[in-house]
Design a protein around this ligand. Sequence first.
Ligand SMILES: Cc1ncc(COP(=O)(O)O)c(C=O)c1O
Length: 458
Amino acid sequence: MKNDYVSDIHKKDKLILHPYEDLKDRGSYDRKLIVKSDNIYLYDEDGKRYIDGPGGMWCNNIGHGNKEMAETIKNQVEKMDYCSPFSESNETSAELASVLSELSPGDLNTVFFTPDGSSANETALRFVMLYNNILGRPKKKHIISRDRAYHGSTYLTASITGKDREENNFDFEKNFIHHLGSPNPYRKKDDQTVEDFCDEKVKEFENKILEIGSDKVAAYIAEPVLASGGCIVPPKNYIKRFWDVCKKYDVLYISDEVVTAFGRLGHFFCSEDEFEIIPDIITTAKGITSGYIPLGAVLISDKLIAQISKDSSMLFHGFTYSGHPVSCAAALKNIEIMKRDKILEHVREIAPYFYQKLNKLYEIPIVGDVRGIGLMAGIECVIDKNSKNPLILDKAIASRIDEESLKLGLIIRPIYHICVLSPALIIQKNQIDELVDKLFQAISNATTQLEIEGLWSK
Ligand SMILES: Cc1ncc(COP(=O)(O)O)c(C=O)c1O
């Protein structure tokens, strides 16, 4: 692209307060501009190609630049671009509600559409409060979440989020929100088996409910796999056992499938298909449209709805873009493409190859853990493999790896000392080879740099 044009865009870009931006650095550097996207790739203003390792933000499931999707969005805009969800409805949102109720487990047949994942989780939490108020249990309001969870950027969803760094200078609701330890088996005690570690987590949950009082605990919310917490896959049966505890104490189970639904784990929803639970509420977003257009959804159990639908009670909650016809048309097309092109089957088939290749990273001395499920993976970097101490020095190692990856044409998502990957689900074996080769090189380069700077040695 022409230099003058690019400088002009960079100048204008500095007017934006970007998400997760360090205020002191604001406007002091030019962000990379992404000007083109195709398949699993993004291209910058110089025409340089990058593998989009995080698939946008865990959302680009069918791949970039899908022409059918573009056509669908265009057609829907031309036919009917928007109508108020408060007073009217539209064909695409009704059709999508029906498809979602078919794809989701159990009796989760009531669909509330939201603009994104944060508003889906906020809606789920508000619904739980409404539910208990209508049932005459105004004290049953406490929510249990986990360290390292991420549930959104509204006041309430940020409060249930469990990432320390996100506490920086913001205020949080603490009175009725509680966090359990994260279920990362890599971080279990050395003398513990994974089964003992799992028992400990279940006990911690049960004790927390008893400590607060089960008459006060309204819901437990959890991502099946903690995504931006570092791609943490809990031990086998952990999810099912938490669900059992919820049922025992009449605590609602909210499964945050904002990342894990729509193929990331090889299923439309993974709560039942992978983890054998039927939550009371599922929230989703991101991959529902493969990120082409924003959309979120909350799926609520018929049982809950029936319990509170007896007396007149207005639902004073809704968004301008609830069930936006263009977003819903994109979601329908997305699901159609996934089914027709057997994308879920492809994920299940190719995932073992992904991990087989990623396991090569263990050859690098700072790589302590390579983990994941489906097409979401985390690579945790440590000072040494025995102590497992996180490699956080002058800055977290993942930022250094990120810088090295970019030079090699790979975008990763650096989180603390963990590199996270969630490429488009259409990724092929040769593209996995290319991705892992670049990542291997980037981690090796970052390690060499640390040695040269005297910050780390074998
Ligand atoms: C598990 C999970 N829940 C909720 C959210 C919030 O979604 P959004 O950014 O669309 O508001 C995210 C975003 O990354 C997420 O990963």
